[in-house]
Design a protein around this ligand. Structure first.
Ligand SMILES: *Cc1c(COP(=O)(O)O)cnc(C)c1O
Length: 425
């Protein structure tokens, strides 16, 4: 039976049979037993399917991955031990030394560093482009050895909205897939595959978990990119893998070629799997994702409006506000709401921002975003504290930028806490 999103949040990935646990069991086991040597040999010869070692596959991890694949509308998904690992694997699955990709420059700082510094050490180069540039400038970033385009549905921390349909068109005109990090929107508010994206990634650490209990990630395959049509560009998928019985992923696995290669090659060799315990916790979060996201958005909208009307506030960036530059794109891609994360600046100095945060009561200062508890971060004094005001502006972070992640508390209390903290300045 075809199920809607709210039903998939609860039932996706795990359907117990007679007498089996209603809640997804935690298969906290590294390995799985067989009765004869012959049975085990058949698994290694790929003549049979079955679990044998948790680095490759585990029933708890696989059930949660299947739920996320269903929520995004993909053919398959893999869970990873962090969002960083998910973005690394998503790219590394189709890029090797000597290859190149193009990425939006308004992406999460950790991803920016991974792409610009660490992947460069592996011989994979990327070009950062501003998604607000015109088509001609974006096209100019592509080269013969370009393998994909990367962007975030809603950027962290800037809150810019990515024009998925436009970038899918541009990527496809160069014969490469579009990879979209959908962490902040979640499939409740946007499903990038419906707009032409080919691969979706997540830091499940954020809204999907929603309670700050585990660090994790996911890569989802739409199954729609035609790797064989660009066979010369993607030899890892379209020519025999000698490390895997000489099989060719597109021939053997069809629409699941990309996600199967990611598990059977990258997970096998690099091994950034989540623990089954963490996947269980993530699954509990997913069971209420469809209820929590609308409340995050409703609360954030109220807070953003209150900030915009507040004389102590210099500026507010929230794509749900009609005054926002990204409002038209948000109306198109996020008609039911965007997320709970707002960026704003107070009038006054860097010190005023610090005092404001120190005055807060239950709204807490943490590095984390996107969970049930409202929290704040001041990049200038936390994540980017080594930079001067001038350097901060060059890095695209206003010295007064406060990132406010609006949680699920009573919104009147959130506003009251912000108000009392401001009134003491
Ligand atoms: C947090 C985050 C990441 C990194 O995820 P971790 O789970 O912290 O490794 C990647 N992308 C976005 C958009 C994020 O917010």
């Amino acid at each position: 039976m075809k199920k809607n999103l709210g039903t998939l949040c609860i039932h996706g990935g795990w359907k117990p049979s007679k007498g089996e646990p209603q809640q997804l069991p935690i298969y906290q086991s590294t390995t799985f037993r067989y009765e004869t040597s012959e049975q085990m040999a058949r698994l290694f010869d790929l003549e049979d399917e079955g679990y044998f070692y948790t680095r490759l596959q585990n029933p708890t991890n696989d059930a949660v991955a299947a739920k996320i694949a269903a929520l995004e509308g993909g053919v398959g998904a893999v869970l990873t031990s962090s969002g960083q690992a998910a973005n690394f694997y998503a790219i590394f699955n189709i890029c090797q030394a000597g290859d190149h990709f193009v990425t939006s420059n308004t992406i999460y700082g950790g991803t920016f560093n991974l792409f610009g510094v660490t992947m460069k050490k592996l011989g994979i180069e990327c070009t950062f482009v501003d998604p607000d540039w015109d088509d001609e400038r974006i096209h100019a970033a592509f080269r013969d050895n370009t393998k994909c385009f990367f962007g975030e549905t809603i950027s962290n921390p800037g809150g810019n909205v990515f024009d998925i349909e436009r970038f899918a068109r541009i990527a496809h005109s160069h014969g490469v897939p579009l990879i979209v990090d959908n962490t902040f929107a979640t499939p409740v508010n946007c499903r990038p595959f419906e707009w032409g994206a080919d691969i979706v990634t997540h830091s499940t650490t954020k809204y999907m978990d929603g309670h700050a209990t585990q660090v994790g990630g996911a890569v989802v395959d739409s199954g729609r990119f035609d790797w064989d049509a660009e066979a010369g560009r993607f030899p890892g998928l379209t020519t025999p893998d000698e490390s895997y019985h000489g099989l060719t992923y597109t021939k053997a696995f069809g629409r699941k070629a990309y996600v199967t290669k990611l598990v059977s090659q990258l997970m096998r060799d690099l091994g950034s799997i989540p623990s089954p315990q963490n996947s269980f916790l993530l699954n509990l979060g997913l069971e209420t994702l469809h209820l929590r996201m609308p409340r995050h958005c409703e609360n954030a909208m109220r807070v953003a409006q209150w900030l915009e009307d507040n004389p102590r506030v210099a500026w507010v960036n929230y794509c749900g506000l009609p005054s926002n530059k990204y409002y038209p794109l948000a109306q198109k891609y996020l008609p039911n709401g965007s997320c709970g994360v707002i960026a704003f600046g107070l009038k006054g100095t860097r010190e005023d921002a610090i005092h404001f945060m120190d005055n807060l009561d239950f709204v807490s200062i943490v590095t984390h975003v996107a969970d049930a508890r409202t929290c704040v971060l001041h990049p200038a004094s936390h994540t980017h504290r080594q930079l001067s005001d001038e350097q901060l502006l060059e890095a695209g972070v206003a010295p007064d930028l406060i990132r406010l992640s609006v949680g699920l508390e009573d919104v009147d209390d959130i506003i009251a806490d912000l108000q009392q903290a401001m009134s003491k300045l």
